[in-house]
Ligand binder design. Sequence first.
Ligand SMILES: [Zn+2]
Ligand SMILES: [Zn+2]
Length: 449
Amino acid sequence: MKTSMGFTKLVSFVLVFHLLNPTVVLPSSLSSSNGLPEIPKRFLDFAKRKELVDWMVGIRRKIHENPELGYEEFETSKLIRSELDTLGIPYNYPVSVTGVVGFVGTGKPPFVAIRADMDALPIQEEVNWEHKSKNPGKMHACGHDAHVSMVLGAAKILKEHVEELKGTVVLVFQPAEEGGGGAKKMLDAGVLDGVDAIFGLHVSHEKLIGTVASKPGPLLAGSGIFNAVISGRGGHAALPQHSIDPILAASNVIVSLQHLVSREADPLDSQVVTIAKFQGGSAFNVIPDSVTIGGTFRAFSKASLIQLKRRIEEVIQGQAAVQRCNATVDFHDKPVPNFPPTVNDKDLHEHFRSVAGVMLGNDKVRDMKPLMGSEDFAFYQEAIPGYFFFLGMQDESSPKLSSVHTPNFIVNEDVLPYGAALHASLAATHLLKAELKLGSTEGNLHDEL
Ligand SMILES: [Zn+2]
Ligand SMILES: [Zn+2]
């Protein structure tokens, strides 16, 4: 504590000294008239250099050819480590099976993190191109290959500008975003201990290339799944009085579940309950013993998620009992808990707007409506302030890109330098602002200086 106070005073002294001595040149990154660093523009120019783009494209294609599912990203992780070795960036491995955590900067606080997810999806690629997936039934159909390449790109940019870093950037390469809750495992492994903020992005097939979109507060829904077995007593379909019909009971359960959102939830608090699975019976003339139903529920606050979960269980069991059936409900929330809502920190939203605005132009930084999809990045945001945003890939003059999670999904590789530069700039300027803030608290200085 004592040493840090001393350091604080030293920083404030240095800043005051600079102010009193106009001949002393401030670091170029601090000299912008509005107080914002020039870093975003310089980093984007750097990221667009041909050799860096070619390197990122090469990495992305290599990962695309060899997609690996959650917690099986061994080759992807190996590739990341070998690139970090080449860059001379130290890292921890293994973290949460295949995860890698690298460090660029002073090696000292403050710490700020940027994150990439590494896993692919169980989808057969239908895009015929030179670097098509070589693993049958597996595909990078969510763009995580591009996300890895962008964070490595950011690592390279940061390493090249390491003398400008006022702290340490933590590079988080996590496994198993697609339902495996890799973020939760990384968090439990302590990767964000002592870290002030974390940034994450997702490529967007809809938004235009060179644009970004996000919002403060809830951006993506929290989600849970459930599976219920409703058991009665099977028998001859012509003699229902000798059976307890689980099909009719399950039908009533499903109708009653639809009342949770329409009758119990605040209409201004968006929620979803969908029953997407109904399995029971196999003959025209046999009442089955049991029916299995399953589905998902979504909400934008943890309280609403907990309430939905509690009521789903009550309604299934209560309504099944009305029909003389038994019901068991499994939420599959162990060992991976339900995904919380992705909630963006308000101060980080301002930081994002200013950094992305300087880099891309303020008109390219869009507000967006929240989406009902979910992201395990939300686990990080439960622990520390975090910010998640979407990065456009759609070229105005090109045919519409296919959605994520489809066999025709394509990444427009022109997006890579934007992602790399945004990651690097958000992190580097966050460290810089932390230092300025330190100075301003002690020396009564402000960001505008
Ligand atoms: Zn996905
Ligand atoms: Zn994804």
